[in-house]
Write a protein that binds this ligand. Structure first.
Ligand code: HC0
Ligand code: SF4
Length: 578
């Protein structure tokens, strides 16, 4: 242990502790902006500077460890003045139009400036102008250079957590800025649209494309029937930025809210998560029995960020992706076919919307393979954040809105369909049903819990092996975060690991930690906590197996025949090469 004093309070902390964390342990919070634990500890913003007795210069506290006998002061006049000047200098290069910024009220720079009582921008603004106009408006990820404060969090998260390396510094000195690396335009980069750089941006420099205007347009068209689906992971997070306690932020209250927003039909993506399991589980058993190494291990295909990553990094392994469409896209396909027939409406008159914790879903629904003559299967994707903005725009108070049921038939789901939203959930749901399909009887729902992933992504990936019955040993791996995924794929390529079935989610923790989820300014990662909410929902469901979803079974009975049938193939599968 190392003995230090923080503002006169003695404290002992483990060796290697940073000044920032030692101060925290002594009950002293040091303001900081660029710092992100374990990810960005570079002292770039200089807001966390403190005075150390005996040192001439102030030092950033986030990346300097304590030493024995260190005397730290965080509240001297010099520290206060320097901190203030450093914030003012950042503001001089920041487009401070807070009234029209998506992060207003949720911006770490705004909070620090307000907390320090900075009421004027005293330095003339020196913004790089005009660059913003070059950013493509149709790309689901939007970047505003004039808001970037060069904290470098986006660079670090894209490099270290995702291994995609989209961002880099360009220019030197006062002209240094963050831009797409290697002089590329964003559309030429490998950006998979995971949105992790958005959720780690402390200000409004990065955001998703705003699609709420297109929704309002469709809603005001009397010819359109609006249908909405709610992704599994949204239910675990939508209440966070509305101040709703988890027991009030239920998916049934969300259904009530969506009806008040004007949707004609409200459904749950978890229904088609169950349908995905029927198709993907069947497909896996066929591939496993055939043993063709070109198609094994089978990779899950429901995360569009991962599909984009695989196709750009290992295009030769595209055949290993399950051909099953994602639940979002299966949902769209069913809505514009069997549901349209059921309600007697032309498919082209249906406007199909999904609320997703994800930015990449905005690109998935635009793929040419996800459309028919009636138009795209899913017309519009809104992130959880955009959904919350709709609630705010309409001045709805969710606490006053009663919980309501879903419309039928696509509002019926099993617990297996809900855990899709957490890392390992797709694999667990698939194994529950693959076991049934293989043996003709159910396992215990908890039999496959060993596949549950590590929501922090810190431990790499989770391996497990199961006997599906009759000696059918299935080797599984579950991974989230694309840097972890890159390492797993390298091991597979080198022949050092062998799996039959691999689940990949681009975002750490799976969709629960998705790049479209609410952003918090306290730097606490919430994927694990949200994942627990989903597992708890599963635990209390009466139906916990996708193959026992009565409406999924009715769909097969009445329209599709068997999983993997010609009709099911045509409607629910895709060609990833197209
Ligand atoms: Fe997910 Fe999905 S689980 S990718 O994270 O499979 O976005 O929540 O909706 O489609 O169901 C996201 C979440 C989904 C899909 C489902 C899958
Ligand atoms: Fe990198 Fe993901 Fe951001 Fe694209 S969306 S730049 S892949 S972190």
């Amino acid at each position: 242990m190392v003995n230090v004093t923080v503002n006169g309070t003695p404290i002992a902390v483990p060796e290697g502790t940073t000044i920032l964390n030692a101060a925290k342990a002594a009950g002293v919070e040091i303001p900081h902006l660029c710092y992100l634990k374990g990810l960005n500890e570079i002292g770039a913003c200089r807001i966390c500077c403190v005075e150390i007795e005996g040192e001439r210069n102030l030092v950033p506290s986030c990346n300097n460890p304590v030493f024995e006998g260190m005397v730290i002061r965080t509240n001297t006049d010099r520290v206060r003045r320097t901190r203030r000047i450093n914030v003012e200098l950042i503001l001089s290069q920041h487009d401070c139009k807070c009234a029209t910024c998506v992060r207003s009220g949720n911006c770490q720079l705004q909070t620090i400036a307000n907390d320090l009582g900075i009421l004027d921008n005293i330095y003339p603004q020196d913004l790089v102008t005009g660059v913003r106009a070059l950013w493509p408006k149709d790309f689901p990820l939007y970047r505003d250079t004039n808001k970037c404060i060069k904290c470098m969090r986006c660079i670090q998260v894209c490099d270290k957590i995702q291994g995609v390396n989209v961002w880099d510094l360009s220019g030197t000195g006062s002209r240094t800025r963050v831009d797409v690396s290697r002089n590329r335009r964003i559309k030429e980069s490998d950006c998979v649209l995971c949105g992790q750089c958005i959720t780690h941006c402390p200000v409004g420099a990065l955001r998703e494309r705003d699609d709420t205007g297109r929704l309002f347009q469709a809603m005001s068209d009397p010819d359109k029937v609006t249908v909405v689906q709610i992704a599994p992971a949204v239910r675990a997070a939508w209440g966070e930025s509305l101040g709703l306690p988890p027991e009030k932020a239920t998916v049934n209250r969300m259904a009530g809210v969506l009806r008040r927003l004007g949707f004609d039909y409200v459904f749950d993506t978890s229904f088609t998560a169950d349908l995905t399991i029927m198709e993907e589980g069947t497909e896996f058993l066929h591939r496993y029995a055939a043993g063709d190494t070109r198609e094994l291990p089978m990779f899950t295909s429901c995360c569009p960020g991962w599909v984009r990553y695989l196709k750009s990094h290992y295009p030769e392994w595209t055949d290993r992706l399950s051909t099953a469409k994602s639940p979002q896209q299966m949902f769209g396909a069913v809505v514009k076919s069997s549901f349209a027939r059921r309600i007697g409406v032309e498919p082209s008159k249906i406007f199909s919307v999904s609320i997703m914790p994800c930015v990449a879903k905005k690109a998935e629904c635009d793929l040419p393979t996800m459309s028919t003559d009636a138009g795209p299967d899913v017309d519009l994707v809104l992130t959880t954040r955009e959904f919350v903005r709709l609630i705010r725009a309409e001045k709805l108070n969710p606490e006053d809105i009663p919980e309501e049921g879903f419309d039928s038939p696509m509002g019926v789901y099993s617990g297996a369909g809900v855990i899709f939203g957490a890392t390992g959930g797709v694999m667990e749901a698939a194994l529950r049903s693959a076991y049934f399909l293989h043996n003709g009887h159910n396992p215990k729902p908890e039999d496959f819990r060993a596949v549950r992933g590590d929501a922090t992504g810190a431990s790499g990936w989770t391996e497990a092996e199961f006997d599906l019955g009759g000696g059918a040993m299935v080797r599984t791996a579950v991974v989230s975060g694309l840097a972890n995924t890159g390492r797993l794929l390298a091991e597979l390529a080198a022949g050092r690991v062998h799996y039959d079935f691999v689940e990949v989610m681009a975002c750490p923790g799976g969709c629960a930690g998705g790049g479209g989820q609410p952003i918090h300014t306290d730097d606490v990662e919430r994927a694990a906590q949200r994942g627990k909410v989903l597992y708890n929902i599963d635990r209390i469901q009466t139906v916990r197996f996708s193959h026992e979803n009565p409406e999924v079974n009715a769909l097969y009975r009445e329209e599709l025949g068997e999983p993997g049938s010609e009709k099911a193939e045509a409607l629910l599968h895709t060609d990833h090469h197209a």
